[in-house]
Every structure is written in C-alpha cells, then in structure tokens.
Write a protein that binds this ligand. Structure first.
Ligand code: GLC
Length: 840
C-alpha cells in the first residue's frame, strides 16, 4: 500500500479503526466492519473472482441497484479461506483472489494467487465520506458534503481502460472523468468529460493482467485516474452509499464475463438489426421515405432499416403520426416491408403539455410525471415546447409507456429509438436556441420508484439511470406486445446494464475526420464497458459530409456492431449515393462486405450474448501482454478472428498497421504478414484494410439486399491454413431463427469447424457443438487459402465429401499472387460433415 502524509482534503473522513465481524457466523464470505462514528463497511465474496465492497456513512442505507441482476443469494457458495493475522489483518483467499483487510484503519488490498497485488487502497485515504463542513471549514467544491469516495494505488505503467462512453484515447490514466449523463456541448471532442452514457466500470491493466472495478452508483460519479496524483486513483459518488465491485480477472475477457453475469447479458437482437440502416433528421413526407427506399433497391445497395426522426410525429407529440406528412403510416410501412425494409421510429421522453393529447392527459391523471420538489408538475422545454417527463423509475410508468408504444406497433414499426433520455433539456429548435447543453431535470425533482405513495428519490440520486429505465420501458413493452419477436431498441443514454435493453449509438457527432477516430474510440470503450452492441452516426451528424469522408465512415461503420447512417437537419444529403461516383460504388462495397460477413458477425453477437465479450475488441483486450498494442485505438478485432484497420484520415492511400503476434492474411490479396510487426498497408479509397487471423475459419454468407431476403445459401467457410504440416484452422458458427426468442429455450445451433493439414492432404470437419436448432438445408462451399511462396502451385488431386468423391467440376483452383485458393462446392449437406482434399 502506498504510504503518504495525511491528505489535504477538507471535510474528508477516511474510515478509521473498525471492528470486524462475520455477517453470518457460518459463512466466511460476508464480513461487516463497524467504525466508532457509525460508519459501516462490508466485504462480500460473490464468486472466487468477484468481491463487493460497501461503505455506509452514518445513517446511510444501501440503495437498490439499477445495474445488478444477480442478488447475493443467487451466487453459488464460494470456497473462502479465512486467516486472521496477529496484527488483526483479515485475509480472505479464494482460488482467484486474496483480499487482505487491515481493520484499523480499514484498508483493503487485493492480490492474484501468485502474490502480485492490485487495487490496493491508498493507505492514507482508503475509503470514506465527506462530512458537512463545520463553521471553520471552507467547503471544497470538488468534495461535496455527503459524497463517498475511495482511493487506490496506481502502479507505474498501470493502464485504466473502459469507463463507459469516452472520446479520449483508450488509456484513461491521467484523466479525471465525470459520469453524469449529458447531452454534451457541441461538438464533443477528445476532452469532453461527460457523455450521454455513464458506466463507472473500468479495467486496470497491470503487466498484461487485468482486474476490474465497478462503482455501482447512479449519482454523479467521478473517476480520477491519476490526474491529481499520478499514483492515485480515486472514485467518488456525490451521495448515497459507496458500493463497488472488484473483479480479479486476470484477463480482460474474464473480467467482462463476470461483469456480464453481474449486470446482465445482452439479449440477441433480431438479425435484421445487424443490417445497414438509413436515417436522417428527418425524412418526410412519406414520399421522401419511399424515394430513399427505392434509391437503395434500384442501386442495389443493401439496407434493412429506415428511420423516422421527430418530424413523423404530430407536433412532436410522442405516440402520434403527423396526419399531413404520414397520413397512412400502416400502409407506408407495409409497402416498405414488401421491399424488405423495417421502419424504426424515434421516441423522446418529453411529453407535450397538451391536455388534448392522450399521453399527456393520461400520464397526468395517473400522476406518472416527475414533479418538482414543491410538488408541482415539472415541465421543461424540448421539441414540442413545454413537456412533462415520465417517472421511469416506477414500474407502472414503464409498463404504461411500453403499452403506449402500441400506436407505433400497430402501424408496423419494427423497433424503437429512444433519444434525449439523459434526460436532455436542450432544444435546438427553440426560438432562443440557446438552452445550455447538458441541461437536465432539477436535481431535487422527485421520482418515486416504489409508486406514487412511496418515498421520494431526488433526481440527483436517479439521474444516470433515467435513460436506461426509458430503454427498459421500450424493451419490455415490445417484448410484451410482440412476444414472438425479439425487441430492438436503440438508446442514446444509459447506465451499467443498459446492454440488457438496448443498443447504444454515440449521439451527435460531426461530419469531420476527427470524428471517425472518436467514433471508434467511443464504441471500443463501450465494448470494454459491457455494451457490445454500439455504433455511431455513419457519415457524421452535424455539418456536411464529403464523398471521401462518407466512404471512410461507411467502411468504419461496416465493422462496428451497430451500422446506421444518420445526419442532422439542414445538412447535405448523405445517403450512400449522395456524392455520386466513385463514392457510391465504394459505399456499396463497404455495405456489401457487411452483409457478406453476416454469419460471422452474428456469431460474434451470440458470443457476446453468452459471454459478455465485446464484438468490436480493442487489441489491448485480445492481446493484453503486448505493450505495443496497449494504446492502439485505430484498429480493432471484429469478433476473434478479423483485424480491421480502417482509414481515419483524409487522403491516405497507405496506412500503418500494428499487427499482433501470429500470422495475418490480407483479405484482398491473401498476403500473409507475420506479427508482431508494424507495417504499412495499401488503403486506397475503395479498400478497408482487413486481415484474417491465419488459423481461422470465417463463415461468410451471400450478399443480400436485406437480411433474410433469401436463405443464407450457400454458406462459405473461408479457411486460412498455415503452410506447415499439422497446421490447423478453427472457427464457429452460431445459427437460430434470427427473429424469435426461441433461442433462449435452446433453439440455436453452434457448429465448430476444424481444418487440418496432414502431409499432402487437408481435412475440414463441421461438427455440431450444441443446440437443437435444425434450420433449412443449404449448400456449403469450402475455400481453402493456402499460402504460396513461389514454389510449385498446389492443385487438387482428389476431393471427398463424407467419403464420397467430389466431382472435379465442383472444384476450382484460383492461383493468386500470395496464395492458392481452392474452392470446393460441397452441395447440400448438413453438419456433421467432413471433407478431405488430397493436394497435388
Ligand atoms: C438529437 C439526436 C439526433 C436526432 C435529433 C432530432 O440530437 O441525437 O440523432 O436526429 O435529436 O431528433
């Protein structure tokens, strides 16, 4: 533990000497600590690698969590060895962590089984709270009275990753971050401290190992990751209790897996939500939407979703359609459905104060809106003018809101886009136009989570959960009304656990080059914060895009989980064809690549849903041992096997790529690069630098105009085999019906593929792993990519499928500069199957 003099923090009361006690005399996993001044603390081991620590200032009771889905009693018993040392130090040891607790003063320190320590309390500051200033004290604005805090040691070279939606570089060391859902001042930049989504969960990386900390508080919280003192990390909440979790890892994947168990897994979205989406503020009247739809189909640019922004509503009243602009929404949406489009509509939390509007009058009559501290209805100005705000902390309000969505569903709307739910009171349309960005409900506005007669919860103690609970209302409403379909919700605001209800997009970016990098960073950080399904406004929201910028943005969007083009009122059109050729073709190619990758991408979604692993993974996540990769934020892995190095700057026909260890195969040329190495690669405007891990089998589908246009038939297994005898390649495929929640009851199928070289033959096997989903029969194609070094070309001497010879006409050999590509059309077969190719 770091030693230093008493802290110069006014009003801060670090917890001092405590008496330790087992919470349950028979259980070694739950400990209580009581200090003389009435402050209490708790340490509970929920799993071998997961501990919860709690500080309760005098009189404070722990608030129920909005994030955690698994109560303490639901965690299976943990084997904990307890050791009480002579100096009073209590040591709790599991297979994954050792927590040493010095009771006087109370200080915690963790270590991994080999003794290397992490998350050590700062010896002087530990955890504590800020007392109300006495008459002599000068209040410190950075230390609000009633705030709770914890300070820990930062080791030399330690990196802090994640911490929610962030615009700054991957490593947060040296920064002070605020968690307070905000519609930030425009445009946001690398220095913006608080964004729309707040997730106080981060990874500490020490010498290739990872641990995690999750501060579970929806108050305004902060993380000082060595900004004030280089070797000290402090996290704080403006009030309430201090509850935080320690994850022992020691890999980033292990931390995220546990975090997903604690805060919930992402459910699988409908498969169409992985397709490309076209949005604009706003397409209207309906003829314009029809034109956009026709624009995609006539140009053969794949697209699944069309988005209606606020102008579809009648005077911005939620749950209405403008009778003038969209007189027959059901017919419109039905016609678009015929062409394979889904329509998603925006919803804002602000309900127009208008006694003739049912949402308002019903909400008011039932007392469902947030009130001011003096009991009057709170109203704030958003799009429709004076608006009231539903109290989404209440179950019956969420249920009502979900039910109100029926208006949209009856018209055939496929999904809901929850916006401005920080909640934001910034009205860019207001005549005076200058409501400050970041304006929100008054901090003392009243929520009543337990119902109209229940106790009041001030907005300051609920703020960061507001958007998430709106998304929950949307999600649960969709699930209730359409039980046979998976809900799709997109949200701008969120808190830890938002992955259970919605995909997140990163809000109002700008059509500027700098914003490509910010977009990538924000989504990578969200992935490390338990939100796998994230994306950004492709093309940029504010300002005008250019052809080149749009192409690069589209290429970037194609390799992030959520892929939608969106732009603001008054900006140049930026549909993929808006800038003419060659940009249209280049955008089409990027979108087509997305559809080609769909089976692979859907598999990555399923993995994320099962394990909490990000879909777009920073290299530091996948290769924590490689210091050269620790700060790379302009490349990422899509799933486990594809390395993407999108171009984020103008006029860049070549860029440097940092290759991780292993061999990487250029998607276009087949050239193999042996990592770890930094190399320049070609990146002309029509190329998105993309590499497959040698040793991977990547399942690809046929390009379609929309997901489900026709069966995914044939499915191509692209095998990147090494040249050496015994070389192996592996891959997986996840399948289900893509639409219904039946996968939750086992209607899915994981298939595993293994290819192996043995002497002069190659075998490829497909083996069902798990799941009962049958699926329709389909044809398969095997593509064997064999590196070519200028020696004699390999050819196919004979090929067999399940022991039967494959006709020569089904085999194709394509000699390429760096590889020989053997293509085998296997016909209609079902796994398990095996093919053998004898090479000549
Ligand atoms: C907000 C949203 C943006 C939307 C606009 C109008 O700025 O972030 O996506 O287009 O409101 O609804």
């Amino acid at each position: 533990m770091a030693q230093r003099d008493a802290p110069p923090l006014s009003g801060y009361r670090p917890i001092g000497a405590t008496v330790a006690q087992r919470a349950d005399p028979d259980s070694p996993r739950d400990w209580r600590f009581a200090a003389g001044d009435g402050t209490r603390a708790e340490v509970a081991l929920l799993a071998a690698d997961l501990a919860r620590v709690r500080l309760l200032p005098p009189g404070c009771v722990p608030a129920p969590s909005w994030a955690v889905v698994r109560a303490e009693a639901e965690w299976p018993p943990v084997a904990v060895r307890v050791h009480e040392g002579e100096n009073g130090t209590l040591t709790l040891t599991t297979d994954a962590i050792r927590i040493a607790i010095a009771p006087a003063p109370l200080r915690l320190s963790c270590s991994w089984p080999d003794g290397a320590s992490f998350a050590e309390d700062d010896s002087a500051l530990g955890m504590g709270f800020v007392a109300a200033p006495g008459p002599q004290d000068i209040p410190d604005p950075l230390l609000p009275a009633g705030s709770v805090r914890c300070s820990k040691h930062l080791a030399p070279g330690e990196r802090i990753l994640g911490a929610g939606e962030r615009t700054s570089a991957l490593n947060r060391r040296g920064e002070r971050l605020v968690f307070w859902n905000s519609d930030p001042p425009q445009p946001h930049g690398p220095d913006t401290r608080a964004m729309y989504v707040s997730i106080p969960f981060w990874l500490g990386m020490r010498g290739g190992r990872a641990y995690g900390i999750f501060l579970d508080s929806v108050w305004r919280t902060e993380l000082d990751a060595g900004a004030t003192h280089d070797d000290r990390l402090t996290f704080a909440a403006d009030g309430g209790d201090l509850t935080y979790y320690i994850f022992a890892g020691p890999t980033p994947a292990a931390v995220l897996a546990r975090y997903a168990e604690l805060t919930g897994h992402m459910p699988l979205p409908p498969r169409w939500a992985l397709g490309y989406g076209q949005s604009r503020w706003s397409y209207f009247p309906e003829e314009q939407l029809r034109e956009v739809a026709a624009g995609f189909r006539s140009r053969e640019i794949p697209c699944d979703t069309l988005w209606l922004d606020i102008d579809y509503m009648d005077g911005y009243r939620v749950f209405t359609f403008s009778p003038r602009r969209f007189p027959a929404p059901g017919r419109l949406i039905g016609d678009l459905a015929q062409q394979g489009f889904k329509v998603v509509t925006i919803l804002d939390p602000g309900v127009k104060v208008d006694p003739t509007d049912t949402t308002f009058s019903e909400g008011l009559a039932r007392d469902y809106f947030v009130r001011r501290a003096d009991g009057m209805l709170f109203t704030g100005v958003v799009w429709p003018g004076d608006s009231a705000f539903p109290d989404f902390s209440r179950a019956e309000v969420r249920a009502w809101w979900g039910e109100r969505q029926r208006v949209l569903l009856e018209a055939g709307v496929a999904g809901v886009w929850d916006d401005m739910n920080e909640p934001s009171l910034t009205d860019r349309l207001a005549p005076d136009g200058d409501t400050p960005h970041g304006a929100t409900l008054p901090l003392d506005a009243v929520h009543r989570p337990e119902g109209a007669d229940g106790p009041a919860l001030p907005h300051r103690a609920f703020h960061n959960a507001y958007g998430m609970q709106m998304a929950r209302a949307s999600f649960e409403g969709l699930a209730r009304q359409r039980p046979a379909q998976r809900p799709f919700v997109l949200t701008r605001a969120g808190y830890a656990g938002i992955q259970r209800y919605a995909a997140v997009w990163t809000g109002d970016n700008v059509s500027r080059w700098e914003h490509l990098r910010l977009a990538a960073r924000m989504c990578l950080a969200l992935g490390l914060s338990g939100v796998p399904f994230a994306g950004f406004d492709t093309g940029g929201f504010w300002d005008d895009a250019s052809g080149e910028l749009l192409v690069r943005f589209t290429q970037l969007g194609a390799v992030f989980p959520f892929f939608r083009n969106h732009s603001a009122l008054g900006t140049l059109a930026q549909e993929p064809w808006a800038f003419g050729q060659p940009f249209t073709s280049f955008c089409r190619a990027a979108i087509a690549l997305r559809y080609h990758l769909l089976p692979y991408l859907y598999t990555a979604f399923a993995e994320a849903a099962e394990t909490g692993a990000p879909i777009a993974r920073p290299l530091a996540y996948a290769f924590p041992d490689d210091a050269a990769l620790a700060d790379v934020d302009d490349e990422h892995l899509l799933g486990g096997d594809l390395l993407v190095a999108p171009v984020l700057e103008p006029g860049q026909p070549r860029r440097f790529v940092q290759f991780p260890a292993g061999a990487w195969v250029d998607w276009q040329t087949g050239e193999r690069v042996l990592g770890p190495v930094r190399r320049r690669v070609d990146s002309p405007l029509d190329v998105l630098p993309l590499f497959a891990r040698a040793g991977a089998i990547v399942p690809l589908g046929p390009v379609m105009q929309h997901v489900g246009e026709r069966p995914e038939d044939p499915l191509t297994l692209v095998c990147y085999l090494g040249p050496e005898d015994g070389a192996e390649a592996t891959g997986r495929l996840y399948e289900d019906d893509g639409e219904t929640p039946a996968y939750r009851e086992g209607a899915f199928r994981w298939t595993r593929f293994v290819a192996r070289r043995a002497g002069s033959s190659v075998t490829l096997r497909a083996e069902p792993e798990r799941g009962a989903f049958a699926g329709a029969p389909r044809a398969w194609v095997a593509e064997l990519h064999l590196p070519y070094g200028g020696d004699a070309r390999q050819a196919i001497a004979a090929a067999q499928v399940n022991g039967q010879p494959l006709d020569a006409s089904a085999c194709e050999i394509a000699p390429r500069r760096y590889e020989t590509l053997l293509r085998l059309a296997l016909g209609q077969i079902t796994a398990p199957f095996a093919i053998t190719v004898r090479l000549a």
